[in-house]
Design a protein around this ligand. Sequence first.
Ligand SMILES: [Zn+2]
Length: 152
Amino acid sequence: MTTYSQKLKDPRWQKRRLKILERDNWACQTCGDTEETLHVHHLWYEDGEPWDSPDEALQTLCASCHETDSIERAESEKTLLDVLRRAGLDGGDVHALACAFQYLRLPCDVDMCLFIFGIEIFAGTKGSRQAFIEASKAVREARLKVARLRRS
Ligand SMILES: [Zn+2]
């Protein structure tokens, strides 16, 4: 059986990793650092091998940001669910929100604040389909703005 760390030595992963580092201009996508050791982080895993992940699931992080993400991720996810509950969202709302974000296909490097912003708008406008559509549009526009800023 091949362990995960052995798989990361596989030439297919090494090739994939280089492609992502090139895409991200050899800079941490959280803090912009180019000096520290860089890792290619999986935002999520698909079925299959580490190199089978789509580009948008992979992100260049410096060793420090990667470690911070590993430590804080689980806690942040718990907080997010708590925020959703306290905002009064029920299971159906959470499902709708998940579908909306899946549809919007937010790039993985969009700041979490943007995501929370969308949730707040949604929570504040709960019950109005039109308001939810408006909130989705606002999030999409913000996403495009971030993409434009990143290109310039
Ligand atoms: Zn960093």
